[in-house]
Write a protein that binds this ligand. Structure first.
Ligand code: PRP
Ligand code: URA
Length: 209
């Protein structure tokens, strides 16, 4: 059974409210995306396997736990997913980072792929696909199809804001993929934007509008 989780934590809700505000400037927006990614990472990695080790503290020998087994890869969907990478890496610094470039055709709302570079051992890694916005779900579904074609078997999607349409589409296209998002919004508008959402995530992170 895969996980579909809205990570309903007060810190995440607070920071997403600040992200939604049209008056939040580029620097603050970028910092907040990174911080929310860090908080979502905490929840999405809850099931990572651990193993017991012995460590000498200044007081005594401790039997304690460290991460074991599966290695991680982050795959941000360009552009906006890039904004989540630093926050995630601050929690899991040993993760490798791949990139997948997709943009939505403004007319058809279908994703157009223009770049894909993944770690060569992607088939051995747990892959965390990052994109702040899950709108129609087309970009995330397509990215995950490409990542699976290159051999990945364990994939999670991590996003900040989802529309019900995108959650449904992604879960139907990839029922094996765990989905973690910060909040579930009302709907999509006629242009495929999430309502109320936060606008265009890429433009707000990179200051391109
Ligand atoms: C945005 C967002 C997602 C996609 C979501 O990217 O970052 O990748 O739209 O929409 P979907 O769920 O309907 O596919 P955009 O296409 O604006 O590209 P950009 O990040 O390069 O601006
Ligand atoms: N992409 C965005 O950046 N925002 C939306 O609301 C939908 C797609």
């Amino acid at each position: 059974m895969s996980v579909v989780e809205i990570v309903d934590h007060p810190l995440i809700q607070h920071k997403i409210s600040l992200l939604r505000d049209r008056n939040t400037g580029t620097k603050e927006f970028r910092d907040l995306v990174s911080e929310v990614a860090m908080l979502l990472c905490y929840e999405a990695t809850r099931d990572l396997p651990t193993e017991e080790v012995e460590v000498e503290t200044p007081i005594a020998l401790a039997r304690t736990k460290v991460l074991a087994g599966r290695k991680l890869a982050l795959v941000p969907i360009l552009r906006a997913g890039l904004g989540m990478v630093d926050g995630m890496l601050s929690m899991i610094p040993a993760a490798k980072v791949g990139h997948i470039g997709l943009y939505r055709d403004e007319e058809t709302l279908k994703p157009v792929e223009y770049y894909c570079k993944l770690p060569s051992d992607i088939d051995e890694r747990e892959v965390l696909v990052l994109d702040p916005m899950l709108a129609t779900g087309g970009s995330a579904s397509d990215a995950i199809t490409q990542i699976k074609k290159r051999g990945a078997k364990h994939i999670k999607f991590i996003g900040l804001i989802a529309a019900p349409e995108g959650m449904k589409a992604l879960h139907e296209a990839h029922p094996d993929v765990d989905i973690y998002v910060g909040t579930l919004d009302e709907r999509l508008n006629d242009q495929g934007y999430i309502v109320p959402g936060l606008g265009d995530a890429g433009d707000r992170i990179f200051g391109t509008k």
